[in-house]
Design a protein around this ligand. Structure first.
Ligand code: FAD
Length: 407
């Protein structure tokens, strides 16, 4: 027998967007729940860290926090099926706000699956969870401002950061720096990171080409050389988590969930906020979450007052996207024998024989393992221009018994 819960507003995701949406909605709604698969609220940026105002506000509000609860399917609207441990929970809603965030993008290159190569945010999460990093020599590589945040965090925990390698060109990064300089809060944040990283080389136009035990080969301006390190922390930007929205029938545009000015998706009563609608950082996620919270509780005037702030956030998001666009050379790093799908051990050579995502899945099992194409899907899209566009329930692996009643 599954548990059954019902709320007026259900928010999926307890990151900045979801917390802001739930707190805002709770000012008016009869009942609000926020569902997240982590043990504590905070999402990617605040996970396991000191309490933040939004976490404190959620805890002192009537919002019910359902942590360690992962939404895996929608057995028929308006309800979600979630897994709590190995127990199924049905969560019914009148209005739904999706704030499912984003994950890191990994690009395959020889050696990227070695144990000393981790996601940049992934290594940060492991260290926040207690992994000792003091004294370890770490190189942080890939693309985007997250590299600096991760490098600064790891250095504060005692890691020796040998280099930060950014694939974007120096010109693109300098242009972005001028955008940052126009926002006092972002400028302060950046100056803080620069202070934390004083003395650490920040190499633009530089990317990893091969990882081996104890060293990684880099390329920059036609030169290739090896750098010794204990860990390579590597991430090429973020990919939105749009699977649940797709399952609910929400339309996507350019890989992101399409929303109107009220953050409503193409499905009536279903709203979306934060990184699934565009990768723009925590500030924009919070504004979008608040707009979604106001809209879902019938307060269009309050929502409208935040439109100008969201417009500013969106202008910054576009500059971010332009500055850290991935260079085509990165698509040429994988060799035929390089593994692209880690779950099912599928090499690039085998995947490249096929023309469409369905054929790739059917013929090679790429995307059919536990990650359900969350890692290999964006990689195949980047390498071959073939989007992983099929989503089926359950969107995360769950024990078969949990599904027996519902799918
Ligand atoms: C690995 C990683 C590390 C990052 N580190 C930093 C950093 O140090 N500094 C920084 O400025 N920015 C960082 N960012 C970027 C930052 O997370 C975002 O800018 C911002 O937090 C986005 O907020 P959000 O609410 O949209 O999403 P998130 O903060 O990603 O929150 C989404 C939440 O939804 C949960 N979720 C998703 N799907 C489900 C489901 N089906 N069922 C239940 N729960 C679900 C996720 O587990 C997560 O807790 C990081 C991003 C990533 C991916």
């Amino acid at each position: 027998m599954k548990d059954s819960l019902a709320f007026e507003i259900v928010v999926v995701g307890a990151g900045p967007a979801g917390l802001a949406a739930a707190c805002t909605a709770s000012e008016r709604a009869r009942s609000v729940a926020i569902v997240d698969d982590n043990p504590a609220p905070g999402g990617q940026i605040w996970r396991g860290e000191a309490r933040t105002p939004w976490i404190e506000r959620a805890r002192s509000s009537p919002v019910q926090l359902l942590t360690e609860t992962q939404v895996v399917a929608s057995p028929g609207e308006p309800a979600l099926l979630a897994a709590r441990g190995d127990r199924p929970v049905e969560i019914r809603y009148e209005k739904l706000i999706l704030a499912t965030g984003a994950r890191e993008r990994f690009l395959p290159f020889p050696g990227w699956t070695r144990p000393n190569v981790l996601g940049a945010g992934g290594l940060q999460a492991l260290v926040k969870g207690g992994m000792p990093i003091a004294g370890k020599r770490v190189i942080v590589a890939g693309s985007g401002p997250l590299l600096l945040a991760v490098a600064a965090y790891l250095r504060r925990q005692g890691a020796k950061i040998a280099m930060v390698a950014e694939q974007a060109s120096r010109g693109a990064v300098l242009k972005f720096a001028r955008t940052v300089a126009r926002s006092p809060s972002k400028l302060m944040q950046t100056l803080g990171l620069m202070r934390d990283l004083a003395g650490v080389p920040y190499r633009t136009g530089c990317w990893p080409v091969e990882a081996a035990q104890g060293e990684v080969k880099f390329r920059r301006g036609g030169r290739t050389w090896s750098e010794p390190c204990d860990y390579l922390a590597c991430g090429f930007g973020l990919v939105p988590n749009t699977e649940l929205a797709a399952l609910l029938g929400c339309t996507s545009q350019d890989g992101f969930v399409a929303v109107d000015s009220r953050q409503q998706t193409t499905q009536p009563g279903v709203y979306c906020a934060g990184e699934p609608t565009g990768i723009g950082g925590a500030g924009l996620a919070i504004v979008e979450g608040r707009i979604a919270g106001y809209s879902a509780t019938g307060r269009p005037d309050e929502a409208r007052r935040l439109f100008a702030e969201r417009d500013r956030g969106n202008r910054f998001r576009i500059k971010l996207q332009e500055a850290f666009r991935l260079r085509p050379e990165l698509a040429a790093l994988a060799r035929p024998e390089t593994i692209v799908c880690r779950c099912e051990d599928v090499s690039f050579g085998r995947i490249a024989e096929h023309r469409g995502w369905q054929a790739i899945k059917m013929q090679t099992r790429c995307g059919m393992g536990p990650c359900q194409a969350r890692i290999c899907g964006p990689a195949v899209d980047f390498l071959l221009g073939i989007p992983a566009d099929s989503v089926r329930p359950p969107i995360f692996p769950v024990p078969a018994g949990l599904l027996a009643e519902d799918l």
